[in-house]
Design a protein around this ligand. Structure first.
Ligand SMILES: [Zn+2]
Length: 493
């Protein structure tokens, strides 16, 4: 038995904060209340004093592409206890779960069924190997991007359904990478989610302000499909797909929710995105719609800032899966910073990182070394999203109470998958019977430290992190021997 003594204990499910002790036995919280430590000490429980610190359920990240020990360690120091890749997904999902279990994972993990890989299987004859890097390579392929024939559509819908049967956590839809496809295809995906009681997680196609010729406004498509199908539909990173039109998009989502649609939304607090350079929306002729230049794009591995249209065209042809960082807002401008603030402040907006794997100059994307070897590159959101959100929204502006912060970072995201993932039902809240996935934060120091120049600097202020009752972080230091992460899978009813 372990007792965290005297912290400010937050339960976002009940909306309560109290100074109390938290008792953990095995992987569960077994008691919350005053003076447990005094009683427990006589029975030999280990007692850790957390006076003055905030104790809450670990963060549940619905949008993490890291799939690595290195990436998960950065996220652990950012307060995350569960990392789910729901936007892109991996196929075959069975393979993804088996590999994570064989390698060992620091944090809990799970994957959606990959719409992108299902289309690649049918359109290109690809054989996906649950490898995000390979999946990124196909996103620029016109044969992958085109609309499916009726028989092709039926074939990839069958693939997606078999992935859901195998435990995939809903369906991840990279619509923004195939944005000219027939909107009727997306409706079929929504109907599949509704029929199976799961959900969709969508990177939306271009919004109308960016492309007046789009078959449908990308955000309106979510709202329409949710209303027509009744499915639970999650709008990924509303900050990066809406940019300076975020107020219009959030208003749209607000009215859909008021009408009873099961629409949820997430955001991360950065003014740059990160994706494969072959993405549809990074074509030279598409940049102008967003007020971008080739120089708005920087390659992650080499640091090369793209100098010209000719160079961009060359990079897209030779290495379309190369990961880049794209600046779409100016974080230093008060107006743009306010846009990011509003995306997070929106009622029920969920914090999700869109964490990307760390890449080293030799091409590797994982390391068991800690601290991480020098030279690793990624987007700073990988290491800093949650601490930055806490610093900005709780500490600096008071926009959120701690209870509200844990509701955005832990409870609401767990609820998005809890309907079809039984393991998520005991996550995201703190009370007797909850999983012992706990984060202990120092409110005086919590902050991100990762920057665009130095993106693998871990956040500070996470004093302790327990995953399934095991310390991953203790007294601010990572335990390099801790691999308590477990799979989170769907169980269709
Ligand atoms: Zn995305």
């Amino acid at each position: 038995m372990l007792i965290l003594r005297g912290g400010r204990v937050i339960d976002p499910r009940s909306g309560t904060e109290q100074v109390a002790d938290v008792a953990v036995d095995g992987g569960s919280v077994v008691a919350v209340g005053p003076s447990l430590a005094a009683e427990g000490a006589s029975e030999g429980a280990a007692v850790v004093d957390v006076t003055g610190l905030v104790v809450g359920p670990g963060f549940v990240d619905l949008h993490s592409h890291v799939h690595s020990i290195a990436g998960q360690r950065l996220q652990a120091l950012d307060g995350v206890t569960t990392t789910l890749d729901l936007e892109a997904g991996l196929m075959p999902v069975e393979h993804a779960y088996a590999r994570a279990a064989a390698d060992g994972r620091v944090l809990h993990y799970g994957f959606s069924a990959s719409w992108g890989d299902a289309r690649a299987t049918v359109h290109l004859g690809a054989t996906p190997a649950a490898d995000l890097h390979a999946s990124l390579q196909v996103l620029g392929d016109p044969a992958w991007q085109r609309s499916s024939s009726p028989s092709e559509r039926a074939a990839w819908l069958r693939l997606l359904e078999s992935e859901l049967d195998a435990g995939a956590l809903g369906i991840g839809v990279l619509m923004g990478y195939a944005p000219r496809t027939d909107p009727d295809e997306f409706l079929d995906v929504a109907r599949l989610a509704a029929r199976t009681g799961t959900a969709t997680f969508t990177h939306v196609r271009e919004i109308i302000e960016a492309d007046p010729t789009t078959p449908i406004d990308g955000s309106l498509e979510i709202v329409r499909a949710a209303a027509e199908s009744g499915a639970a539909m999650h709008h990924c990173h509303v900050n990066s797909t809406s940019r300076r039109h975020v107020d219009r998009v959030l208003g749209l989502l607000d009215s859909a929710r008021a009408d009873g649609s099961r629409v949820t939304v997430e955001a991360y607090p950065y003014g740059a995105g990160s994706t494969a350079i072959g993405a549809y929306f990074l074509a030279p002729e598409r940049l102008g719609a967003w007020g971008l230049q080739p120089s708005s794009i920087r390659l992650v591995t080499t640091g090369e800032q793209v100098a010209s249209v000719a160079r961009l065209t060359e990079l897209r042809a030779t290495d379309p899966g190369a990961v880049c960082v794209v600046s779409f807002l100016d974080e230093e401008s008060p107006e743009d910073a306010a846009l990011l603030q509003r995306a997070l402040a929106f009622p029920d907006s969920i914090v999700a990182s869109d964490a990307m794997h760390v890449q080293w100059p030799d091409g590797s994307t994982d390391s068991r070394e800690w601290p991480l070897p020098d030279g690793g590159q990624t987007h700073p959101r990988t290491a800093g999203t949650f601490s930055r959100s806490l610093r900005r929204m709780v500490v600096e502006t008071g926009a959120w109470s701690w209870t509200e912060a844990f509701r955005r970072c832990s409870y609401l995201p767990a609820q998005v998958v809890a309907g079809f993932a039984p393991a998520a039902r005991t996550k995201g809240w703190l009370g007797v019977g909850a999983d012992a996935d706990l984060v202990v934060v120092d409110p005086a120091t919590v902050s991100d430290r990762a920057t665009y120049v130095d993106p693998t600097r871990p956040s500070v202020g996470v004093r302790h992190l327990l995953v399934d009752g095991t310390f991953v972080v203790r007294d601010g230091s990572l335990d390099v021997g801790a691999f308590p992460g477990r799979p989170i899978r769907a169980a269709l009813s």
